[in-house]
Design a protein around this ligand. Structure first.
Ligand code: DQA
Length: 139
């Protein structure tokens, strides 16, 4: 399978950013582990802090890859435009969160994206990405 991982705003700071919430590992470090664990798949990684760039990436790959694993960060809770981009493309999208957003502030408990996604995984630390890939494998 060809799988695109997309990380949204502030996730470039994983490892440094609020480590008590998001852990001490950088995404690059974790991505290494992930690609070794799923050597049978082609896994591609993209990160952007900008909403438009995330939408452009969904458009670019969304008719080509077998699935997108998307952590849209705070845009999850604000972006109708990313929600529409998910609906526009043909591949399944899994929404992921490192933290358990349902155990956090009320404003993190609503997702504009979830309704247009195959499923949502939240709260398993970086291993949320592994579970999302397993979800795509089951699909
Ligand atoms: C997050 C949760 C969001 O509420 C937050 O804005 C993030 C990260 C997570 O992975 O837990 O940036 O998506």
């Amino acid at each position: 399978m060809k799988i695109q991982i997309i990380n949204g705003p502030n996730l470039n700071l994983l490892g440094k950013r609020e480590p008590e919430v998001y852990g001490k590992k950088s995404f690059d470090e974790y991505f290494q582990v992930l690609t070794e664990a799923f050597a049978q798949h082609e896994i591609i990684y993209f990160q952007s802090n900008s909403e438009g760039a995330i939408i452009d990436k969904i458009h670019e790959v969304g008719f080509d890859v077998d699935g997108i694993v998307l952590n849209a960060g705070a845009y999850t809770h604000t972006s109708l435009a990313i929600a529409d981009a998910i609906s526009a493309v043909s591949c399944p999208v899994i929404e992921v969160h490192i933290s358990n957003v349902h155990a956090r502030e009320a404003y993190r408990q609503h997702s504009y994206l979830a309704k247009n996604c195959l499923g949502v995984i939240s709260g398993f630390g970086l291993e949320s990405y592994r579970l999302a890939i397993q979800g795509l494998e089951l699909n």
